[in-house]
Design a protein around this ligand. Structure first.
Ligand SMILES: Nc1ncnc2c1ncn2[C@@H]1O[C@H](COP(=O)(O)OP(=O)(O)O)[C@@H](O)[C@H]1O
Ligand SMILES: [Mg+2]
Length: 344
């Protein structure tokens, strides 16, 4: 969990409002011998050009499966279905693997959860950065490629880039490795970066540094960022818009201010109550009571009904459809806070 004041929220809406990624009715199911796991079950959201969107939810809510589905990286026994996954108006759900290999890295790149597995221990930093450039910017001469690598490392504030390029991943600290990964993700100037728990493996101060660095770079380069995390404190500081997921569904989505200040879904309220506030001392650390339901025995109605303090009969029986209760704020709940006088 990060402290509130470590990364300041810069409320600079650079997005011009045009949609870059549009995910419609995405369903990713795993057909396992134990039964059908609906890891992602009919979610729709979009990412606008130059926007930072936060995808948040507890572990197991389907965040990583969502990002893998968009990238076309879900493997058997997983099956991905969607009405469409439009990226720059091209339906990347329908394209072949040859085209998708071009999209990955060049148009959309990913920063994965675990920095140890994303870099190959057998190759130098230079070899790994160049691999990306050879693939996606083949027109560069070897001299220009080298210069580009140096510049990219400078952008992630690695101060001795010439030295760093000769090194192997294990010669770096975790934070430095993650900076290299961010540099590689930016190498081909993608329009969208999907960062899946990019800093979870790092300690708190380093987390904030790397996040801030990545944030500043995407803003400067006018890239869109899909920031996936279990930590609402992180996205509450960085995201323009927030999507809240639970058990494969979107519970609520909206602008950062609506989600943080005027949440409509009891689950969002629960997540907000889990954020330790700097200005209140000795507050006990809140946890949403109960556990994330077993994906093989999901409740029939609302997936959150088993843990919800406002649960009624209808919530157990009927899974609520998303409703737009405020402009651009969608919520899937029979009794959103809208209907009550209670506020956080
Ligand atoms: N290859 C797989 N086979 C079976 N189930 C999977 C597979 N990958 C993910 N899942 C299931 O999908 C659900 C969502 O997982 P995931 O997207 O990794 O959650 P999150 O990233 O939000 O923590 C989990 O219940 C997980 O067990
Ligand atoms: Mg995950």
């Amino acid at each position: 969990m990060m402290n509130h004041n470590e990364v300041k929220h810069v409320s600079s809406k650079v997005s011009d409002g045009s949609v870059l990624l549009d995910v419609k009715n995405l369903k990713t199911y795993f057909h396992t011998f134990r039964g059908l796991i609906k890891a992602v079950d009919g979610i729709s959201f979009n990412v606008k050009k130059g926007e930072v969107i936060g995808i948040v939810g507890e572990s197991g809510s389907g965040k990583s499966v969502t990002s893998f589905s968009i990238m076309g990286l879900v493997e058997s026994p997983g099956v991905v279905n969607a009405d469409h996954i439009l990226f720059d108006r091209e339906d990347i759900h329908k394209v072949d693997e040859k085209r998708m290999m071009k999209v990955r890295g060049k148009e959309i790149s990913m920063v994965f959860q675990d920095p140890m597995t994303s870099l190959n221990p057998l190759y130098t930093i230079k070899q790994q950065m160049e691999e990306m450039l050879i693939l996606h910017a083949p027109q560069l001469s070897s001299h220009d490629r080298h210069e580009r690598c140096v510049r990219l490392l400078q952008q992630v504030r690695i101060h001795n880039p010439e030295e760093a390029l000769k090194m192997y991943p294990h010669q770096f600290s975790g934070g430095m490795r993650q900076r290299v990964i961010v540099a590689i993700a930016m190498a081909a100037d993608p329009k969208l970066i999907i960062a899946d728990e990019p800093t979870t493996a790092l300690d708190v101060t380093i987390q904030a540094q790397v996040l801030h660095l990545m944030y500043d770079l995407v803003r400067k380069k006018d890239m869109a960022l899909m920031l996936i995390t279990h930590d609402l404190a992180v996205v509450s500081q960085l995201a323009d818009r927030i999507v809240v997921m639970y058990s494969g569904k979107i519970m609520e989505q909206g602008s950062r201010d609506d989600i943080i200040e005027r949440p409509l879904h009891p689950y969002t309220v629960g997540l907000l109550e889990c954020i330790p506030r700097m200005n209140r001392d000795k507050e006990r650390l809140y946890q949403i009571p109960g556990n994330v339901p077993n994906m093989l025995e999901l409740p029939k109605g609302c997936k959150f009904s088993t843990r919800c303090r406002y649960c009624q009969e209808i919530c157990i029986e009927v899974d609520p459809d998303p409703r737009e209760l405020r402009p651009e704020q969608m919520v899937s709940c029979h009794f959103p806070l809208w209907d009550r006088e209670e506020r956080l």
